[in-house]
Design a protein around this ligand. Structure first.
Ligand code: OOG
Length: 261
């Protein structure tokens, strides 16, 4: 860690303002080149505390940059995590307003709903044993950095670009489906724009949840029972705009549909 608490607090306020008013900012490492990953998570924690102080509730977590297509798209080669609040959740089949985002992009992800708490270093099997069900989801990400360009430290401080999330499709018990071979097809306005398979996510999406629990442990946190956890985009993210309609299809798990306003 290189930054003092005053700098951490100031950076969290800078990110929160950019998130709240959808105004792009320079990446944080331009001003704080010595910032470390540990510093970035301290900024993310300060941001989480601020949202909680305003009455938002943390309902889950997300893993990000867990697939090669995402790492190649963003030029970052390590995964990370971010928190999800009730204010970011949107219902399936709804119209999601994009007016309060800078340059939104959509992603298909496998979500895990936890039946039991997890903490520390856990295995894929422990993740699966603690999972109540898995479910298709769509995440709308929105980097607060100009041009959607960042490095690992900046994106982690920006809560891993979290903006909105939608759960849908058909929930499945983890033991009833091979979590590596779930094919996904994303259609935007009737055109196929992204195709993938769930093994892109660290070889097995449950390994992304194990990674997430490990990062939480380093932050002094656990993953509570009832958490909604997204394991990370399977394909590169797709830009969306007002008027678009999106269907994310998941093999044997149904689909998630949304429109953008
Ligand atoms: C960082 C967040 C990536 C994912 O699922 O890979 C992410 C970004 O690309 O802006 O949410």
């Amino acid at each position: 860690m290189t930054l003092d608490n005053t700098a951490i607090q100031r950076l969290a306020e800078r990110v929160e303002t950019a998130q709240t008013y959808a105004t792009p900012i320079r990446k944080l490492t331009d001003d704080y080149p010595g910032m470390t990953v540990a510093d970035a998570y301290r900024v993310q924690t300060a941001l989480r505390r601020s949202y909680e102080a305003r009455g938002q509730r943390v309902v889950g977590w997300k893993a990000g940059l867990t697939s090669r297509p995402k790492m190649l798209q963003m030029g970052v080669d390590k995964p990370g995590i971010g928190f999800l609040t009730d204010a970011m959740a949107r219902p399936e089949n709804s119209v999601i307003s994009l007016g309060d985002m800078i340059h939104p992009r959509a992603e298909c992800e496998i979500a895990f709903v936890m039946g039991a708490e997890l903490s520390g270093q856990v295995s894929r099997d422990q993740v699966l044993a603690a999972t109540d069900y898995i479910q298709p989801s769509v995440e709308i990400i929105d980097s607060r950095f100009t041009g959607f360009k960042f490095d690992l430290e900046s994106v982690l401080a920006d809560n891993s670009s979290s903006a909105r999330f939608i759960a849908g499709g058909r929930p499945r018990r983890p033991g009833s489906i091979d979590l590596r071979t779930i094919g996904t097809v994303m259609e935007l306005n009737g055109e196929i724009v992204a195709l993938g398979a769930s093994a892109e996510v660290l070889g097995h999406p449950a390994d992304a949840v194990a990674m997430l629990v490990g990062v939480l442990h380093e932050m002094g946190e656990v993953l509570p029972a009832g958490s909604f956890v997204m394991s990370g985009a399977i394909t590169a993210a797709v830009p969306v705009k007002s008027g678009d309609s999106l269907i994310a299809r998941f093999l044997d798990m149904g689909s998630v549909s949304v429109r953008f306003g």
